[in-house]
Design a protein. Structure first.
Length: 314
C-alpha cells in the first residue's frame, strides 16, 4: 500500500522541472525545493530564476538557493525539513555525504543515460555524438562519487537517426518522471533491489563547450552528422567560411569526394561538402548576425559566398 512521503526536491533546468511537476501531481508532499542561484539570461542579462524555481514558486513551496551545501548551517537547514527522501535531477551541485545521509531514505537521482555509460554533465549529447543506438533514464541511489550509485530502475528509448540533443532531451524528460515515481514506490514499500554499477563499463560525458562543436572535416561524414545532431540546439556545430563563423543546424550524409572541407556543389537541396569519408549536405545554416535558414534561402541572397572549390574550416 502506498503512502505519502515528505520529499525535498533539488534541480535546476527544464528537464528537472518536468520531474518536479510529476511529484507535485503525486500523493507525495514536496516540502522544499533546492535550485541554483538566479543567473543572468537573455540579451539584457537580467537575473532569471531557474525553471524549477519558477514552478516551485507558483506552488508556494519554499525555495532555497545556496551556493553550495558544504556549510554546517546549510546542512542543518536541510536536516530541519525532516524529509523522508531527497530527489535530485540535474541540480548542478555536488552533495556532501552529510546531505546524502540526511533524509531517512537517502537521496535518489534521475540521470539521462543508461548507466554506467555516460556519467557526468552531458549524457544526452555525448550518446548521440558517439553514435549510440539507445539511451534512457537511470534512477539511482546517490553516493559521494559522480553518478556511481547503485541503480534502482532503468527505462530505455532508441536513439533515432534523426534525433538531436533537443528531441532526445524532450523524450527523456517525459520518461524520467514516471521512472522516479516507480522508484519512490519501490523504496517506500521495500520492493526494489538496487543493482551495483559495473565500473569497467563506465564512460564519462564531458561538459559541453563551443570547442566541442567545432567541425573537423577530416572526420567521416557519418561521425560529423552525429556531432551536428548532438550539438543542437546548443552550442550548435560550426566551421568557418572565408574567415567567418558558419553554424550548421542540420545536415545529411551524402556521396561525394574531394579535399576535406571542400565545397563540391551549392544547390537548393543543400551545400555539399567533402569529408574524410563521403560528404555532408548542409541543409540549414546560420551566418554571423543572421538567423538559421534553409540553404535554399541563403542561396537566393548570398550565392556568391558559396563558390565551388572553396574549403571550409581554413
Amino acid at each position: 500500500m502506498s503512502r505519502s512521503l515528505r520529499i525535498v526536491f533539488a534541480g535546476t533546468p527544464e528537464f528537472a522541472a518536468s520531474h518536479l511537476q510529476a511529484l507535485l501531481d503525486s500523493e507525495h508532499s514536496v516540502i522544499a525545493v533546492y535550485t541554483q542561484p538566479d543567473r543572468p539570461a537573455g540579451r539584457g542579462q537580467k537575473l532569471t530564476p531557474s525553471p524549477v524555481k519558477q514552478l516551485a514558486s507558483k506552488h508556494n513551496i519554499p525555495v532555497l538557493q545556496p551556493l553550495n551545501l558544504r556549510s554546517t548551517e546549510a546542512q542543518q537547514e536541510l536536516a530541519a525539513f525532516n524529509a523522508d527522501l531527497m530527489v535530485v535531477v540535474a541540480y548542478g551541485l555536488i552533495l556532501p555525504q552529510a546531505v546524502l545521509d540526511s533524509p531517512r531514505l537517502g537521496c535518489i537521482n534521475s540521470h539521462a543515460s543508461l548507466l554506467p555509460r555516460w556519467r557526468g554533465a552531458a549524457p544526452i549529447q555525448r550518446a548521440i555524438e558517439a553514435g549510440d543506438t539507445e539511451s534512457g533514464i537511470t534512477v539511482m541511489q546517490m553516493e559521494a562519487g559522480l553518478d556511481t550509485g547503485p541503480m534502482l530502475l532503468k527505462v530505455k528509448t532508441p536513439i533515432l537517426a534523426t534525433d538531436t540533443a533537443g528531441s532526445l532531451h524532450d523524450r527523456l524528460a517525459m520518461l524520467g518522471p514516471d521512472a522516479v515515481l516507480q522508484a519512490i514506490q519501490g523504496l517506500a514499500d521495500g520492493s526494489i533491489n538496487a543493482e551495483k554499477q559495473l565500473e569497467g563499463l563506465a564512460t564519462y560525458a564531458h561538459k559541453l563547450n563551443k570547442q566541442a562543436a567545432l567541425i573537423d572535416w577530416q572526420r567521416p561524414a557519418a561521425a560529423l552528422d552525429c556531432q551536428i545532431r548532438a550539438m543542437h540546439p546548443w552550442p550548435v556545430a560550426h566551421t568557418t567560411l572565408a574567415g567567418e563563423t558558419l553554424k550548421i543546424h542540420t545536415a545529411q550524409v551524402s556521396e561525394g569526394h574531394g579535399q576535406p572541407g571542400e565545397i563540391l556543389s551549392a544547390e537548393r537541396e543543400g551545400l555539399l561538402v567533402a569529408c574524410g569519408e563521403q560528404a555532408l549536405r548542409l541543409t540549414h545554416l546560420q551566418l554571423p548576425n543572421g538567423k538559421a535558414l534553409a540553404f535554399s534561402d541563403l542561396l537566393n541572397s548570398k550565392k556568391d559566398l558559396f563558390q565551388t572549390g572553396q574549403v571550409l574550416g581554413l
